[in-house]
Ligand binder design. Sequence first.
Ligand code: NAD
Length: 435
Amino acid sequence: MKIAVIGCGYLGAVHAAAMASLGYETIGVDVDEAKIERLRRGEPPFFEPGLPELLRAGVDAGTLRFTTDVAEAAGSDVVFVAVGTPQRAGSDAADLTYVDAAVESLLPHLAAGTLVAGKSTVPVGTAQRLADLIAPTGATLAWNPEFLREGFAVEDTLAPDRLVYGVADGDDAAVAALDAVYARILERGTDRLVVNYATAELVKVSANAFLATKISFINAMAELSESVGADVTQLADAIGLDARIGRRFLNAGLGFGGGCLPKDIRAFQARADELGHGETLGFLREVDRINLRRRDRMVALIERELERVGGDRVAMLGLAFKPNSDDVRDSPALDVSRRLQEGGRVVRAYDPEARETALRVVPGLEIVTSVADAVCGADVLALGTEWQEFRDLDPAALAGITDARVVVDGRNALDAAAWSAAGFRVIGLGRPEVA
Ligand code: NAD
């Protein structure tokens, strides 16, 4: 089987490497020459655990190739479309220009027997429009949304919770083609749901809307906890023990960010507006607002502590939007750092992997290469991303290299008792201060 993957970013590069690891002759296509050049050498253009090994194995075996020439996708059995669908400038809606351009560029290279399988996250209605566009070529379209989590992308691609195929009514050939591609994954008993286009598109955005809502729900509880002296972590533990609720995604803190949840809930709301259902999804605006208010709260807490000690130097631990990733798209930690810096504070940040990506977004930010460098000379410490490296820090050792005696834990991830024993005041989000 021959596979092509159009778009080799966080999703597409992993998908292409995973397809090659399943034994298919795979070609990854991207318009970004520099990215393709790195991928050709077997080097991932971003940090993702497990990807370097997978990529190198495919490239060395000759089953995985990369190109900027979309014509090389011709003759593929399945062409996955994995290009970006970011937020449109000046609007909440999804920018579909990349998806449209990718499909347009494919048209001369499609033929009967080829299945185009969309993986990008798109507004409901997109798949039908694209199916109509490619119909004259004889190729057909399926929508096969992707649920991978950055930081676990390889694992999630090769061992997903479920596979969803959105296909045209009665298109058994599309189902058979996707079943063949995913045969080794399906053999393990993975759930696979065959639905229509609109359902497949909605499955993806509604899953993200649900997750975002769960996070903002607990962050709203954190906001209340702060004013009444409750502890949101204990609250989450208590409600999370109810099997109907569940403890996952109930970690209060600085909120969600990244290249998916924020733009996906905005695009979902924008699409609902277009469809005359704005009110139906109106709560998503509130979910977004609650999320963004946590960043304001973190900035305010750090400012308050700086005032208290009469200093202006902040050590920010973490810049990526989540641990195990170098992705800083809409990163809460980077946003807080930038705002403090714009407010005249001196921020020294450290992140195990997101140095380069963060510098591209906030070029003036001082990003050092170790925790020690970040905390040395700081007045206030702040945790922005819950990397394991930060959870494992020895606060007693840190106390010896910094004069700061307060840490604002934006992820409620530090062992407050241990930090307190080492002489730090620990200020979490939604939790009483531990002195
Ligand atoms: P990304 O920005 O990392 O990658 C997109 C890639 O597409 C870029 O390398 C870009 O150069 C390339 N591209 C743009 N136009 C192209 C064209 N015409 N032809 C070929 N390549 C082109 O984005 P991403 O994070 O990989 O996300 C891609 C899609 O997957 C989005 O719709 C996103 O919502 C969805 N998604 C992402 C994740 C995730 O965790 N990153 C998870 C699930 C779904």
